[in-house]
Design a protein around this ligand. Sequence first.
Ligand code: ADP
Length: 228
Amino acid sequence: MIVMKDVYKKYSNGVVASNGINIEISRGEFVYVVGPSGAGKSTFIKMMYREETPTSGDIFIDGVNLATLKRRKVPYLRRRIGVVFQDFKLLPKLNVYENVAFALEVIEETPARIRKKVTDVLELVGLAQKARMFPNELSGGEQQRVAIARSIVNVPQLVIADEPTGNLDPETSYEIMNIFERINARGTTIVMATHNKEIVNTMKHRVIAVEGGLIARDELGGAYGYEV
Ligand code: ADP
């Protein structure tokens, strides 16, 4: 699903955020990306959905080489990858239904198909009853559910999450994690950057630790491995 070969990223200010990363992530895997702040986790995952581009090296997503991907093809890639952020990034003036439908409308679905897909995905995240509410009427956990629904409505092969439980209390974090588990159980690859030690240590998956722009550790069913 994801292959990185000798990926090196130097920002314009001279900071080297990836210092020669080689990694393979297979279809259907669930991977945590852990490491200290400033280690290069965000850069690592941003390069997977081409929010950042490497200075050198190759990145293949589902066989597509991002290094040679034409700029006009980037929106197409983004629709095949769901992305979930710590701060939800919902559109405040759109209701729950519209926030999710918005992701589909841009690819010219018919109204009937939009209705079916949005309704199904809101059902999956447990928000069917709140479709007409606005983001500011929802709890943090509910807002994150909307963001997850939006990320999977196009049925992507890959979902990338950057600290998805970072703003949530422990109980809500577990609810959100259970949704990611369900999505993964349907065959979707999940890559999740997280500082949530308890979750990493209890809901076991592959752990990739990034330190100083390098893969410091890569363990199936690994532990968080840092003090918090
Ligand atoms: P993490 O997610 O592990 O906290 P980041 O990938 O965000 O790490 O950052 C790695 C390093 O790259 C840090 O030193 C950070 O300051 C730097 N960095 C991140 N984004 C940028 C940017 N857009 N411009 C310049 N430096 C950046």
